[in-house]
Design a protein around this ligand. Structure first.
Ligand SMILES: *[C@@H]1O[C@H](CO)[C@@H](O)[C@H](O)[C@H]1NC(C)=O
Ligand SMILES: *[C@@H]1O[C@H](CO)[C@@H](O)[C@H](O)[C@H]1NC(C)=O
Ligand SMILES: *[C@@H]1O[C@H](CO)[C@@H](O)[C@H](O)[C@H]1NC(C)=O
Ligand SMILES: *[C@@H]1O[C@H](CO)[C@@H](O)[C@H](O)[C@H]1NC(C)=O
Ligand SMILES: [Zn+2]
Length: 965
């Protein structure tokens, strides 16, 4: 749950590149996914950090003495069902506080003799009965021990009852509580979200339970394996609607304490985990359909959003996605309805509450006029991700949070399958390469990475649980499960999956249960042979961190594997039971003909079929179905490069992208020469596809950062201009001189790349095009002549090319923007200007809350720092005002580490290193808060950059110079 926020993707590559000169933008919509979704399609947003999931240092040692000192519940009691009644007040009380009241009765069974009742309860004011925080009764007249003592433990978030005698094994009891809690705007538990409609403030009561916040709404056994049936009742104003996991089965109007209220009751839920509960009271409205055999499907949002038809797209894709999963899992949708709701104020990107999924507005609403293709794709993939959980995660739930990677990795993999079914023309399955595989390769190639799997006893308190929601869990989980599905084949994978889901429906599992069911599916498939069990193969990928680089020498047929480390000098101090070797499934082809899959099971091996000569070539890891990188002998590299140059379509889009990404990373790791990596970009003048271009631009970004203030940049720019020009011309033609939107889904993304890159590299015609659009817009702001796909790129480039007039117009549009995404595009684009006084004025605005909202201040400085002209100005600004910024803008704010990172990204000289060290010394008395680690990392990275530039500058200059003529 670690609030992971992301920026939506495709804000543009162009931008990334524009970044080259204008250094703009990587920004845009902030996203997070299920408390989750460390999704890659996004870059870390404003002010928040991309969690890499590195374990936090141990806090003060704490030795549990009493049963309630343990973060895990004892095994003596299990809940059976709850009656929960909640009454949120959407108006503040006399003290100005928003509150909710409620009462609950939980039926639990005693399975081990005990005289203690330990149940979670956090921040609730409990009513006392005879001096105790709860009442205990027996079920069916069972004798009940009396309560001796009751107390609350804040640290472990428990309500504890000590009894005078023991509870009897096999007997059920009922625990009654009555409570009052604050309906705070803290986005946790039962909380309050506010929005304005027609200038009126409106309040929504909503909830976020994952991972450990249900206990903040009512006392409960708040662990995922403590599944129970929940009978929910919500009391609310009759002008609002109450929603929960199940269908409502009745409303009655009555008067409580003199207040007229409506009481809505819901059908009993299925047996489920507390973290998947949801309660909402709102004035939202819905659109609905019953397309899937009478299943009620509803999309809820603010009235205005629904009236503007922003929910239509979500409703359109939900039916097909649910149908897809019913077939894929071979299990019908487990509930009687599916609600999805867009909340104006929501921390994560989305949350898969069973039957009532909550989303950020940007993850569910799509405006046919204002939204870009990237926005639409996001809606599809987030819905697909959340609905995948309705079975995997909700129907069958992992026992404990240490296995979170399986839940999230699984949903992060199959979301592509569901989205592909809903939008078959998008070829979205290929994008997993960019948005999960390449993303996590970057993190998992560091010596500081960690294995997917944790032991259950390593994850206990809420902070440790939070840490599990990271890129490794989501993206590496997705990548290794995709690999597993590929080597088992999809039908076998789906068969094992279906058997797992049907066997464990409504209960809990550990990850090896899935392996066992997949193993059975393998054994029931005639002719299928694996080198070892699913369990043993997968252990290599889940129990040790990292991944291998597989090297094939086509002269001898020798094939070897080695732990891939981006920094060859880094020291791995984490031991591995497999000594950093893997069971590697290698799908490969020889000169275009796919060969039988080969398994590399040792460090070195010889596979004589891989020995080739003459014109023949070998390409391994077809479609990057395996989670590893590949290297070859130089002759084979030469043959692959010449194939790219003569007939690049002989290789799939994914493999073209992979050749680029592998070589650039192998060069960074000093396994091959930098020039070999650069040579993979030569064929790009013939490339029209998005995925290889995106991959190249991401890799070239480092070169741009290191050299955009040096003589190398002229040659680099000349080379890239030559490479991008044909792509720019291509889009000019297929869009009929920029008057149409390309029909292909990824073509729309690549058009953004083409325009952004062409403008920053100085391709003729680009500047005029952009300026023309922008001027037209300045003359006539409504409706905008700029297509939503291109807005970020066009704004940034036009402001970079322009002066005060363009800037001031953007500022006015920013101040008047009613759409958050539009305001955020403009805010980032204004940082693209090359005019120093405009940049300095903008820096001053960032510390004036009447101009730039406080929450946006540090991210705005970051945008300015991404601009090559703005970087030194931002650095001076931050140094001059550090103590003020630090005091005013929060010591705990995540954005401080991003700020340091953004400012120091280009640092690559001894002088800059000294400045950085001096900054650290000068401000020791002020402190750096959350930026402390970032500052250390910046010093380390600057040192590494200095080294890299020293070693590579001359050859890079020479190469670009030779290739640009
Ligand atoms: C909740 O409802 C179910 C189904 O009607 C019932 O069996 C169960 O006892 C109820 N739970 C409680 C705590 O009363
Ligand atoms: C739960 O609520 C139902 C319906 O109001 C009621 O019949 C039942 O007795 C309640 N269960 C408990 C344990 O209080
Ligand atoms: C809960 O009780 C404490 C102590 O009496 C009080 O300070 C606090 O305001 C109460 N909380 C709410 C939400 O009323
Ligand atoms: C939803 O589907 C309907 C019927 O196919 C179609 O007319 C409409 O354009 C779709 N809406 C969106 C936003 O895709
Ligand atoms: Zn998820």
């Amino acid at each position: 749950m670690g609030k992971v926020y992301y920026v939506s993707k495709n804000v543009g590559l162009g931008l990334l590149v524009l970044a080259a000169t204008a250094l703009a933008t990587i920004i845009a919509l902030s996203i997070a996914y299920d408390k989750e979704r460390a999704k890659n399609r996004d870059k870390p947003e404003d002010g928040t950090s991309d969690s890499t999931g590195m374990p936090t240092p141990p806090t003060t040692p704490f030795i549990p003495k009493e049963p309630w000192d343990h973060y895990r519940l004892p095994e003596s009691l299990v809940p059976v069902s709850y009656n929960v009644t909640l009454w949120p007040r959407l108006e503040p009380n006399a003290d100005g506080l928003y509150i909710f009241t409620g009462h609950s009765a939980v039926v639990f069974r005693c399975v081990k003799e005990t005289d203690l009742i330990i149940i979670h309860s956090n921040k609730l004011n409990l009513t006392t009965f005879n001096g105790h925080h709860a009442k205990l009764s027996g079920l069916g007249g069972a004798a009940v021990p009396t309560i001796q003592k009751s107390f609350l433990i804040v640290k472990t978030e428990y309500l504890v009852l000590q009894l005078r005698s023991r509870l009897a094994v096999g007997t059920s009891y009922v625990l009654h509580t009555e409570f009052l809690g604050e309906l705070a705007d803290d986005l946790e538990g039962f909380y309050r979200s506010e929005y304005t409609d027609d200038g009126m403030k409106r309040v929504v009561a909503t909830s976020q339970m994952q991972a450990t916040y249900a206990r903040k709404a009512f006392p409960c056994f708040d662990e995922p394996a403590m599944k129970a049936v929940f009978n929910i009742t919500i009391i609310h104003n009759s002008a609002t609607v109450a929603l929960s996991n199940g269908r409502d089965i009745g409303t009655t109007d009555s008067v409580i304490d003199g207040v007229p209220v409506r009481v809505t009751t819901f059908e009993p839920t299925e047996r489920m985990s507390t973290y998947l509960l949801a309660f909402i009271v709102t004035d939202f409205v819905n659109i609905q359909s019953t397309q899937n055999s009478n299943l009620l499907v509803r999309i809820w949002a603010r009235r205005k959003a629904i009236n503007d038809r922003q929910g239509d797209y979500a409703l359109n894709v939900t039916g097909p996605i649910l149908q897809f999963y019913e077939r894929y899992y071979n299990a019908s949708y487990p509930l009687s309805k599916s609600d999805q709701i867009a909340l104006p104020d929501f921390n994560a990107g989305a949350m898969e509450n069973w039957g009532l999924v909550t989303y950020r507005e940007t993850a569910l609403l799509y405006d046919p006029i204002m939204s870009s293709t990237g926005n639409k794709e996001r809606v599809t993939t987030v819905i697909s991700h959340e609905l995948a959980h309705m079975w995997f995660g909700n129907l069958v739930t992992l026992q404990w949070w240490n296995d979170l990677w399986l839940n999230e990795g699984f949903a992060s993999y199959v979301e592509y399958l569901g989205a592909d079914y809903a939008e078959p023309t998008w070829k979205i399955k290929d994008q997993i390469l960019l948005y999960d595989v390449h993303k996590v390769f970057a993190v998992d190639a560091l010596a500081s990475s960690h294995p997917l799997s944790r032991r259950e006893d390593e994850v206990n308190d809420p902070a440790q649980i939070s840490e599990m929601f990271n890129t490794i869990s989501y993206s590496k989980g997705a990548a290794v499960l995709r690999m597993l599905s590929e080597f088992l084949t999809e039908p076998v994978f789906a068969k094992g999956l279906s058997s797992y889901l049907n066997t464990f429906a409504f209960s809990n599992t550990v990850y090896t249960d899935l392996w066992d069911h997949l193993q059975q599916a393998v054994e029931n498939t005639p002719g299928m042979h694996l080198p070892d069990t699913v369990h043993n193969i997968m252990n290599h990928w889940t129990l040790q961190m990292g991944f291998p680089v597989v090297t094939i020498d086509t002269r001898t047929g020798s094939i070897t594997q080695k732990h891939f480390l981006l920094d060859p000098e880094s020291v791995v101090d984490r031991p591995s039971q497999f000594n950093y070797t893997w069971f590697v499934p290698v799908k490969w082809m020889k000169t275009g003909v796919e060969q039988q899959q080969y398994w590399l099971l040792q460090k070195t091996d010889v596979h004589s079929l891989m020995r080739v000569s003459g014109e023949d070539w070998v390409l391994a890891n077809i479609n990057v179905s395996g989670y590893f990188r590949v290297n070859y002998d130089l002759d084979n590299w030469d043959r692959l490069l010449s194939l790219l140059n003569t007939d690049h379509q002989a290789l799939s889009v994914i493999n073209r992208a992979q050749i680029i990404d592998d070589t650039f990373n192998l060069a960074r790791a000093k396994i091959i020469h930098t020039t070999l990596a650069l040579r993979t970009t030569k064929y790009l003048s013939n490339e029209r596809e998005y995925i290889p271009w995106e991959s190249a631009l991401r890799n070239l970004d480092y070169y741009i950062l290191m050299f955009d203030r040096t003589e190398v940049y002229g040659a680099l720019q000349a080379y890239l201009k030559k490479q991008i020009q044909p792509l720019f011309e291509y889009f000019k033609i297929i869009t009929a001189d920029w008057t149409r939107v390309p029909t292909g889904h990824t073509d729309q993304y690549n058009q953004i790349n083409a325009v952004g890159m062409a403008c920053s590299m100085g391709v003729e015609g680009c500047r005029e095009l952009i300026q023309g659009w922008y001027r037209q817009w300045m003359k006539n702001p409504h409706p905008s002549p700029i297509h939503p796909n291109l807005k970020s790129t066009v704004y940034c480039a036009a402001i970079a090319f322009g002066g005060v007039e363009e800037w001031d117009f953007a500022w006015r549009m920013f101040k008047n923007a009613t759409l958050a995404s539009e305001a955020s595009r403009l805010r980032s684009a204004m940082a693209c200007t090359k005019v120093p006084w405009l940049l300095n004025r903008y820096l001053d605005y960032t510390l004036d809350p009447t101009k730039i909202r406080k929450q946006d201040a540090t991210s705005t400085i970051q945008y300015i720092a991404r601009n090559v002209v703005g970087m030194p100005l931002a650095w001076n600004f931050v140094r001059a005002k550090w103590s003020y910024i630090f005091q005013q803008y929060g010591k705990a704010s995540f954005s401080f580490s991003n700020l340091i990172h953004a400012i120091t990204r280009r640092f690559s000289s001894e002088f800059e290193l000294q400045e950085l060290k001096k900054f650290k010394e000068d401000n020791l008395h002020v402190g750096f808060g959350s930026a402390t680690l970032a500052l250390e990392q910046a010093i380390e990275k600057t040192t590494a950059n200095i080294k890299w530039v020293t070693e590579n500058k001359a050859q890079v200059l020479k190469w670009f110079t030779e290739e640009s003529t």
